[in-house]
Design a protein around this ligand. Structure first.
Ligand code: SF4
Length: 343
């Protein structure tokens, strides 16, 4: 690993000042660090170089609390603390399920909520600095298009990149319509979750709309109590734990006393450069009784335009089946995680 400087900030203003304007230090970027579970790997592999890391773990940003009828998740609160928090378990079981489907207990204990949003693709070529990759080094080419692309995207790709976003937590946050709160020397801004991550387009080096000097301070969730009884997070992967999703589905249904679906929220993981939602697919369910044939139509709408790249052609059918199964599971009722935290 290249040598870098490590400093600690005691408050947001100080942290932001140290990173303001993405000033470089010894010619390399200055970055915030919280859990470091992805950033340090990237630095060790030479994928991302940092001249200075500004530790934000001392900032008072680890709250998990009610806010305006919804929930506020501090940026430095740990993924495990979030998943097992009583408010999250009771009111946002979809989020608990998604977080616990990701990574390993050790990583969930260390990874921060803000960092989870910023984790980078697990495209093999992105990590292999000996191969061309437009995301790591713009205008060098995309090795995955003609290479091994079993993990790669089937929706929203560009000729420049077919990478997927790796997070499970973000798939649930997309379905739950979270908001990301950020701060910089220019002030504060709130970013709807659907706009936070971006598609690769012509600039795959950018995963999100966050500026390099902006600090994520919190994520808020609106009241989602109407979805709590009928939600499911289905993750399909190569092995049962510690693997990224081939396809995942976050499904949340608001079902009325007559059994009809009043509204639905569905997001997909493992299929695009960002959690994938299509409100027009969700609208197909409104006012309808649950029905597997209808769920198939919803899946087709969500996957409209899906294209495989060879090794990942199977994902289109896998995703269709996963969407139908997740919706059926959500109708049956949320399986709430009531287990003791033992990690
Ligand atoms: Fe790089 Fe994206 Fe191509 Fe992977 S898919 S090699 S991250 S440009």
């Amino acid at each position: 690993m290249n040598p870098f400087t490590f400093t600690q900030a005691d408050n947001a203003r100080n942290a932001i000042e140290q990173v303001a304007g993405n000033a470089s230090f010894a010619g390399e970027a200055v970055r915030f660090i919280a859990g470091g579970t992805n950033l340090l790997d990237l630095m060790k592999e030479g994928v991302m170089l940092s001249g200075r890391l500004v530790d934000i773990n001392r900032l008072p940003l680890d709250q998990i609390e009610e806010k305006d009828g919804g929930l506020l998740l501090g940026a430095t609160a740990r993924n495990a603390d979030t998943a097992y928090h009583p408010l999250v378990r009771e009111r946002y079981p979809l989020l608990t399920a998604a977080i616990l489907a990701g990574a390993s207990p050790q990583l969930r204990n260390m990874a921060s909520n803000g960092g989870n949003l910023l984790q980078r693709t697990r495209c093999y070529y992105f990590y292999d600095v000996g191969t061309p990759c437009n995301k790591r080094e713009p205008n060098t080419g995309c090795s995955a298009r003609e290479g091994i692309n079993r993990q790669h995207a089937i929706l929203g790709t560009s000729e420049h990149c077919i990478a997927t976003h790796p997070s499970d937590m973000c798939v649930a946050l997309a379905a739950l319509e979270a908001t990301v709160h950020v701060e910089s020397a220019r002030g504060k801004r709130d970013i709807p979750f659907a706009e936070f991550h971006r598609l690769p387009g012509e600039a795959p080096q950018y995963d999100t709309v966050l500026e390099a000097d902006e600090l994520i301070t919190a994520i808020t969730l609106p009241d989602a109590s109407r979805y709590a009884a009928h939600s499911a997070y289905l993750k399909l992967r190569e092995r049962l734990s510690y693997a990224f999703a081939l396809v995942s589905v976050a499904a949340a249904l608001d079902i009325g006393p007559d059994g009809a679906i009043r509204s639905a929220r569905i997001a997909l993981g493992g299929v695009a450069h960002k959690p994938w939602r299509r409100p027009e697919a969700e609208q197909l369910l409104e006012g309808k009784q649950p029905d597997p044939a209808l769920f198939g139509q919803v899946a087709d709408k969500l996957l409209e335009g899906a294209v495989g790249h060879g090794h990942n052609d199977f994902k289109i059918r896998l995703a269709r089946n996963a969407i139908v199964r997740a919706l059926k599971t959500a109708v049956e009722g949320t399986v709430t995680n009531t287990g003791e935290r033992n990690d």
